[in-house]
Design a protein around this ligand. Structure first.
Ligand code: MN
Length: 229
Protein backbone atom coordinates (compact mmCIF):
# COMPACT_ATOMS: atom_id res chain seq x y z
CA UNK A 1 0.00 0.00 0.00
CA UNK A 2 1.31 3.44 -0.92
CA UNK A 3 2.25 5.44 2.14
CA UNK A 4 0.63 8.80 1.35
CA UNK A 5 1.19 11.66 3.78
CA UNK A 6 -2.56 12.21 3.69
CA UNK A 7 -5.47 10.60 1.91
CA UNK A 8 -5.46 11.82 -1.73
CA UNK A 9 -8.53 13.73 -2.81
CA UNK A 10 -11.08 11.42 -4.43
CA UNK A 11 -11.62 12.14 -8.14
CA UNK A 12 -14.47 14.38 -9.22
CA UNK A 13 -17.21 12.20 -10.70
CA UNK A 14 -20.23 12.59 -12.98
CA UNK A 15 -23.32 10.40 -12.66
CA UNK A 16 -24.33 8.45 -15.77
CA UNK A 17 -27.93 8.22 -16.93
CA UNK A 18 -29.01 4.56 -16.88
CA UNK A 19 -25.99 3.33 -14.93
CA UNK A 20 -25.04 3.00 -11.27
CA UNK A 21 -21.38 3.65 -12.11
CA UNK A 22 -19.80 7.07 -11.74
CA UNK A 23 -17.61 8.62 -14.44
CA UNK A 24 -14.27 9.65 -12.84
CA UNK A 25 -12.91 12.91 -14.21
CA UNK A 26 -9.26 13.21 -15.24
CA UNK A 27 -9.01 16.69 -16.81
CA UNK A 28 -11.32 19.44 -18.05
CA UNK A 29 -10.54 21.20 -21.34
CA UNK A 30 -12.58 24.13 -22.64
CA UNK A 31 -12.76 25.50 -26.19
CA UNK A 32 -12.67 29.29 -26.58
CA UNK A 33 -14.70 31.32 -29.12
CA UNK A 34 -16.43 28.45 -30.88
CA UNK A 35 -19.52 30.35 -32.05
CA UNK A 36 -19.04 33.35 -34.33
CA UNK A 37 -21.82 35.44 -32.76
CA UNK A 38 -20.35 34.95 -29.28
CA UNK A 39 -16.86 35.89 -30.49
CA UNK A 40 -18.38 39.05 -31.95
CA UNK A 41 -20.10 40.00 -28.68
CA UNK A 42 -16.70 39.57 -26.96
CA UNK A 43 -15.17 41.96 -29.52
CA UNK A 44 -13.23 39.25 -31.31
CA UNK A 45 -13.29 37.77 -34.79
CA UNK A 46 -13.29 34.01 -35.24
CA UNK A 47 -10.60 32.64 -37.47
CA UNK A 48 -10.40 29.15 -38.89
CA UNK A 49 -6.65 28.98 -38.32
CA UNK A 50 -6.74 27.01 -35.09
CA UNK A 51 -9.01 26.51 -32.10
CA UNK A 52 -7.71 27.56 -28.69
CA UNK A 53 -8.20 26.09 -25.25
CA UNK A 54 -8.04 26.73 -21.54
CA UNK A 55 -8.46 24.31 -18.67
CA UNK A 56 -10.36 24.01 -15.43
CA UNK A 57 -9.27 21.86 -12.52
CA UNK A 58 -11.44 18.75 -11.98
CA UNK A 59 -12.11 20.16 -8.50
CA UNK A 60 -14.21 22.95 -10.11
CA UNK A 61 -16.82 20.41 -11.25
CA UNK A 62 -20.30 20.71 -9.77
CA UNK A 63 -23.61 19.14 -10.74
CA UNK A 64 -26.17 21.36 -12.49
CA UNK A 65 -28.82 21.17 -9.80
CA UNK A 66 -29.78 22.78 -6.52
CA UNK A 67 -27.70 25.77 -5.52
CA UNK A 68 -24.42 26.95 -7.07
CA UNK A 69 -22.26 29.49 -5.25
CA UNK A 70 -21.71 32.96 -6.70
CA UNK A 71 -17.91 33.11 -6.97
CA UNK A 72 -15.85 35.38 -4.72
CA UNK A 73 -13.65 38.17 -6.15
CA UNK A 74 -15.95 39.05 -9.05
CA UNK A 75 -18.61 41.68 -9.74
CA UNK A 76 -19.39 40.23 -13.16
CA UNK A 77 -19.91 36.47 -12.93
CA UNK A 78 -21.12 35.14 -16.29
CA UNK A 79 -22.96 32.05 -17.46
CA UNK A 80 -21.81 30.30 -20.66
CA UNK A 81 -24.08 27.48 -21.83
CA UNK A 82 -22.13 24.67 -23.52
CA UNK A 83 -22.22 21.17 -24.99
CA UNK A 84 -19.90 18.90 -23.00
CA UNK A 85 -18.51 15.48 -23.87
CA UNK A 86 -16.50 12.93 -21.90
CA UNK A 87 -13.91 10.50 -23.28
CA UNK A 88 -13.75 6.74 -22.65
CA UNK A 89 -10.41 6.42 -24.46
CA UNK A 90 -7.82 8.70 -25.95
CA UNK A 91 -4.45 8.87 -27.64
CA UNK A 92 -2.42 11.25 -29.74
CA UNK A 93 -2.99 12.41 -33.32
CA UNK A 94 -6.51 10.99 -33.38
CA UNK A 95 -8.07 11.11 -36.87
CA UNK A 96 -11.30 13.09 -37.22
CA UNK A 97 -12.89 9.97 -38.72
CA UNK A 98 -12.21 8.00 -35.51
CA UNK A 99 -12.83 10.82 -33.05
CA UNK A 100 -16.41 10.04 -32.06
CA UNK A 101 -15.50 6.45 -31.11
CA UNK A 102 -13.52 7.87 -28.15
CA UNK A 103 -16.54 9.59 -26.58
CA UNK A 104 -18.30 7.88 -23.68
CA UNK A 105 -21.14 10.34 -23.34
CA UNK A 106 -22.36 13.91 -23.48
CA UNK A 107 -23.87 16.44 -21.12
CA UNK A 108 -25.07 20.01 -20.94
CA UNK A 109 -22.90 22.35 -18.93
CA UNK A 110 -22.07 25.87 -17.88
CA UNK A 111 -18.60 27.39 -18.09
CA UNK A 112 -19.04 29.99 -15.33
CA UNK A 113 -16.56 32.84 -15.78
CA UNK A 114 -15.29 35.81 -13.80
CA UNK A 115 -15.73 38.12 -16.81
CA UNK A 116 -14.21 41.13 -15.05
CA UNK A 117 -11.02 39.23 -14.29
CA UNK A 118 -10.97 37.75 -17.80
CA UNK A 119 -11.31 41.19 -19.41
CA UNK A 120 -8.53 42.55 -17.20
CA UNK A 121 -6.34 39.55 -18.09
CA UNK A 122 -6.94 40.12 -21.80
CA UNK A 123 -6.04 43.83 -21.47
CA UNK A 124 -2.85 43.07 -19.60
CA UNK A 125 -1.84 40.00 -21.60
CA UNK A 126 -2.07 37.85 -18.50
CA UNK A 127 -3.38 34.28 -18.17
CA UNK A 128 -7.08 33.44 -17.72
CA UNK A 129 -6.69 30.99 -14.86
CA UNK A 130 -8.40 32.98 -12.10
CA UNK A 131 -11.18 33.97 -14.52
CA UNK A 132 -11.94 30.43 -15.60
CA UNK A 133 -10.55 27.95 -13.07
CA UNK A 134 -13.13 28.90 -10.46
CA UNK A 135 -14.59 26.66 -7.74
CA UNK A 136 -18.06 25.38 -8.80
CA UNK A 137 -17.60 26.86 -12.30
CA UNK A 138 -17.62 23.64 -14.34
CA UNK A 139 -21.33 22.97 -14.06
CA UNK A 140 -22.57 19.74 -15.65
CA UNK A 141 -25.64 17.50 -16.03
CA UNK A 142 -25.41 13.70 -15.72
CA UNK A 143 -23.74 12.03 -18.72
CA UNK A 144 -25.91 10.60 -21.46
CA UNK A 145 -24.19 7.59 -23.02
CA UNK A 146 -23.17 8.09 -26.65
CA UNK A 147 -25.57 5.39 -27.92
CA UNK A 148 -28.41 7.57 -26.58
CA UNK A 149 -27.09 10.89 -27.92
CA UNK A 150 -28.95 11.99 -31.07
CA UNK A 151 -26.14 14.20 -32.43
CA UNK A 152 -23.14 16.30 -31.43
CA UNK A 153 -23.35 18.19 -34.74
CA UNK A 154 -26.82 19.72 -34.47
CA UNK A 155 -29.52 20.33 -31.91
CA UNK A 156 -30.82 23.26 -29.90
CA UNK A 157 -28.65 24.67 -27.11
CA UNK A 158 -30.37 27.17 -24.84
CA UNK A 159 -30.28 28.96 -21.50
CA UNK A 160 -32.84 31.09 -19.69
CA UNK A 161 -32.29 33.37 -16.69
CA UNK A 162 -35.28 33.84 -14.41
CA UNK A 163 -37.57 32.64 -17.24
CA UNK A 164 -36.13 34.91 -19.94
CA UNK A 165 -34.33 33.16 -22.82
CA UNK A 166 -30.77 34.51 -23.04
CA UNK A 167 -28.97 31.97 -25.20
CA UNK A 168 -30.67 30.07 -28.02
CA UNK A 169 -28.58 28.54 -30.78
CA UNK A 170 -27.84 25.31 -32.60
CA UNK A 171 -24.81 23.06 -32.25
CA UNK A 172 -24.40 23.30 -36.04
CA UNK A 173 -23.22 26.90 -35.47
CA UNK A 174 -20.05 25.71 -33.76
CA UNK A 175 -16.95 26.92 -35.63
CA UNK A 176 -15.03 23.75 -34.72
CA UNK A 177 -16.94 20.46 -34.67
CA UNK A 178 -16.52 17.82 -31.97
CA UNK A 179 -14.37 15.54 -34.22
CA UNK A 180 -12.20 18.52 -35.22
CA UNK A 181 -11.64 19.45 -31.58
CA UNK A 182 -10.73 15.88 -30.56
CA UNK A 183 -8.32 15.60 -33.49
CA UNK A 184 -6.71 18.98 -32.77
CA UNK A 185 -6.51 18.63 -28.99
CA UNK A 186 -4.91 15.19 -29.41
CA UNK A 187 -1.99 16.81 -31.25
CA UNK A 188 -1.20 18.80 -28.08
CA UNK A 189 -2.12 16.36 -25.31
CA UNK A 190 -2.26 12.61 -24.99
CA UNK A 191 -5.99 12.44 -24.46
CA UNK A 192 -7.16 9.98 -21.83
CA UNK A 193 -10.26 8.33 -20.52
CA UNK A 194 -11.75 10.70 -17.97
CA UNK A 195 -11.02 13.81 -20.02
CA UNK A 196 -14.02 16.13 -20.29
CA UNK A 197 -14.33 18.83 -22.96
CA UNK A 198 -16.54 21.94 -22.88
CA UNK A 199 -17.27 23.00 -26.48
CA UNK A 200 -17.70 26.77 -26.10
CA UNK A 201 -20.74 28.99 -25.80
CA UNK A 202 -23.13 30.64 -28.25
CA UNK A 203 -23.99 34.36 -28.10
CA UNK A 204 -26.02 35.87 -25.28
CA UNK A 205 -23.70 35.44 -22.31
CA UNK A 206 -24.41 37.65 -19.32
CA UNK A 207 -23.97 38.28 -15.64
CA UNK A 208 -25.79 36.42 -12.89
CA UNK A 209 -26.95 37.73 -9.52
CA UNK A 210 -27.49 35.85 -6.30
CA UNK A 211 -31.01 34.40 -6.37
CA UNK A 212 -31.09 33.95 -10.15
CA UNK A 213 -32.59 30.75 -11.54
CA UNK A 214 -30.78 29.40 -14.59
CA UNK A 215 -32.48 26.77 -16.73
CA UNK A 216 -30.82 25.35 -19.79
CA UNK A 217 -30.01 22.36 -21.88
CA UNK A 218 -28.98 20.73 -25.10
CA UNK A 219 -31.82 18.94 -26.89
CA UNK A 220 -31.70 15.18 -26.47
CA UNK A 221 -28.65 15.38 -24.19
CA UNK A 222 -29.49 17.09 -20.92
CA UNK A 223 -31.53 19.78 -19.17
CA UNK A 224 -31.10 21.49 -15.83
CA UNK A 225 -32.37 24.13 -13.48
CA UNK A 226 -30.32 25.63 -10.67
CA UNK A 227 -30.14 28.65 -8.43
CA UNK A 228 -27.17 30.98 -7.91
CA UNK A 229 -26.70 31.71 -4.20
MN1 MN B 1 -16.79 28.86 -22.42
Amino acid sequence: MTDYLFEPTAPATIPIIGSDKLYPVNRIFCVGRNYEAHAAEMGAVVDREAPFYFTKSPTTLVMAEGEIAYAPRTENYHYEMELVFALKSGGTNIAEADALTHIYGCAAGLDMTRRDLQNKAKENRKPWDTAKDVDESAVITPLRQMSEVPSVASGRIHLSQNGTVKQDADLSEMVWSVPEIIADLSTMYTLQQGDVIYMGTPAGVGAVSRGDVLAGGVDGIGDFELKIV
